[in-house]
Design a binder for this molecule. Structure first.
Ligand code: B12
Ligand code: SF4
Length: 509
């Protein structure tokens, strides 16, 4: 497979459609950091790399095919999440038709637990990179260039003459400082319109970066511990500062969105980063996600003084039983409420996340959560969703054991006819529905969205109609509509009796 006549070409792409495209259609978007890291590593190897974020370029399938045929890549990599997996699979087929010699490789969070399943069912996919991609993709390209064996490449699963081969997983990169900066220069930067709203300052130019990989906790629904490990690896504070300065100088960033799962996993490192931001007088505001149980008031103050204006954190439930025994979250509601008060004191926004329909969650427990949400919604910016099942998580094991996912469920077939999905929310990712009835779940979500002004249902109608597969779906949407109309009716009556409350603006980027 030696291609010495011209530089090796790699096209890295985000599929069109799905949540990312929908998010983009509503305005702004951040580049996919995973692909930018891979591109940077490949550039170091002298590979000709193109990034094709189909979701922001708004390309039709014909235009994508034309771009591929014109570039004639040797390798096409598609980043894949569970939510957009069917878009990725479709794109893989498109690549094969547009330029058959290209090797099609998938990577991304969805593939960490589904490599074999994907290769078994999706013929147009030649290979899957499991886990951290930088070293695997570099080894893959080196092997393809030299005609070397793919069997020695850790972290790769691939098809050879009809047989599927899964190599051992690759150990995680021990020192993230050895990675190059993500190749943002290959992105069509202007198309993203990376701006974020800072209260009192309006929309400011923004950029994203990730300073650590991993999370020491192991919440039952979360893919991070299996994707990145429980031992957190962080860039050194000095390297964080170098990337921040790069973003400010080269991309005029005034706001930074830290993509870390738990930015405060190491309070000492956090304080050092904040201290360096202040020492170097960086004129930035920033957003990050934290664990409230690791956050002290003094640390929050340090964060705010160095530009933090918004923090997100998982609370998930008001029930201590669910938090401790079911999710394994170990976050106390009183501590979360305290952090919300500290945020108010410091003049920044708190963004707590909640989830409904946990395993064994009763109606009384779910009501406890929605009542807390309604009580605090004037003091913070709340996000909430229904529990979804992601591959490789403890929740997936539980769902298979309990039959919520059929034993032979495949993530790569359109098996969603046999599970509960709500494509207008998180694509064809199965919902976990246990003790709460469907009507109760609808009631909780509508109570949440009506009190926070979050969901425009009209916008979702075409999506809903496109995603009706069975009589069960029709029944579910009918219940949904009935619950919505009942709640709306109640609200209109309330408004008639009392003047309306001021609607809160959704400030989350
Ligand atoms: C920031 C973020 C977002 C942002 C923006 C994402 C963006 N622009 O890419 C927003 C808020 C929009 C978002 C939305 C959602 N997100 Co999100 N998000 C993240 C977060 C925190 C960081 C993503 C990131 O950039 N990581 C850093 C880069 C370096 O990692 P990476 O993309 O995984 O890439 C590496 C490898 O995966 C691999 N790789 C990736 N792509 C490819 C491609 C090839 C060809 C190869 C070889 C390798 C490879 O190599 C890369 C470098 O090592 C992750 C958690 C996490 N820690 O990663 C969750 C995460 C990706 N999100 C998740 C979810 C569930 C969602 C939502 C469904 C949430 C919701 N309630 O709506 C939506 C839907 C998004 C979608 N289309 O699926 C899950 C996905 C799980 C899964 N199995 O798919 C994650 C893993 C969180 C979790 N802990 O479970 N998200
Ligand atoms: S604390 Fe957050 S990132 Fe860590 S396991 Fe729990 S949900 Fe995932």
């Amino acid at each position: 497979m030696s291609r010495n006549h011209r530089p090796f070409r790699v096209l890295l792409t985000v599929p069109p459609g799905g949540y990312m495209a929908e998010r983009w259609s509503q305005g702004r978007m951040m580049p996919a950091l995973g692909l930018a890291y891979l591109a940077a590593v490949l550039e170091q190897q002298g590979v000709e790399v193109q990034l094709l974020p189909c979701q922001v370029l708004g390309l039709t399938e014909e235009q994508i095919a034309a771009r591929i045929a014109e570039f004639r890549p040797d390798l096409v990599g598609v980043t894949t999440t569970t939510e957009n997996r069917f878009h990725s699979f479709r794109l893989a087929g498109l690549v094969k038709r547009a330029h058959p010699p290209a090797l099609v490789v998938l990577g991304g969070p969805h593939l960490n637990a589904t490599a074999l399943d994907t290769l078994r069912h999706i013929e147009s996919v030649d290979g899957v990179v499991v886990g951290e991609g930088e070293e695997t993709v570099a080894d893959l390209v080196a092997a393809l260039r030299s005609g070397g064996s793919l069997e020695k490449i850790q972290g790769l699963a691939f098809r050879r003459e009809g047989e599927i081969i899964e190599n051992p997983r690759r150990p995680l990169i021990p020192d993230l400082d050895t990675l190059p900066l993500p190749a943002r220069h290959l992105e069509p930067w202007d198309r993203y319109d990376c701006r974020m709203e800072v209260p009192g300052q309006g929309l400011l130019p923004a950029a994203n970066m990730m300073t650590s990989r991993g999370c020491p906790f192991d919440c039952n629904f979360c893919a991070t511990p299996i994707n990145w490990g429980r031992k957190v690896r962080g860039l050194s504070p000095e390297r964080v500062l170098a990337e921040l300065e790069h973003l400010i100088e080269r991309y005029r960033a005034r706001v930074i969105w830290f993509y870390d799962d738990t930015f405060n996993y190491n309070p000492r490192r956090l304080r050092r980063i904040c201290e360096l931001i202040r020492q170097r007088s960086l004129d930035i505001r920033w957003y990050c996600e934290v664990r409230v149980d690791l956050l002290s008031k003094a640390d929050l103050e340090v964060m705010v003084r160095s530009g933090c204006y918004y923090i997100g954190f998982g609370v998930e439930t008001a029930s201590q039983r669910i938090s401790r025994e079911i999710i394994g979250k170990k976050v106390d509601l009183p501590k979360a409420l305290q952090v919300i008060e500290w945020c108010r004191e410091f003049g920044i926004t708190a963004n707590p996340f909640f989830i409904f329909s946990h395993p064994t969650e009763t109606w009384a427990e779910a009501r406890e959560t929605i009542e807390v949400i309604e009580r605090i919604q004037d003091r913070c910016d709340i996000s909430a969703s229904i529990l979804h099942i992601y591959p490789g998580t403890p929740l997936e094991d539980r769902a298979r054991r309990e039959g919520q996912l059929p034993q032979d469920f495949s993530w790569s077939r359109d098996d969603f006819r046999r599970v509960v999905v709500l494509p207008a929310a998180q694509g064809h990712v199965p919902l976990y529905v246990d003790k709460l009835s469907w009507a109760q779940i609808c009631q909780l979500m509508f109570r949440f969205s009506l009190s926070t002004g979050r969901v425009s249902l009209r916008r979702k109608i075409p999506q809903v109609l496109r995603s009706i597969y069975s009589a069960a779906d029709i029944w579910r949407y009918t219940v949904l509509l009935a619950v919505y109309l009942r709640l709306q009716g109640g609200r209109l009556w309330e408004r008639f009796r009392r003047p309306p409350r001021r609607q809160k603006e959704n400030k989350r980027p």
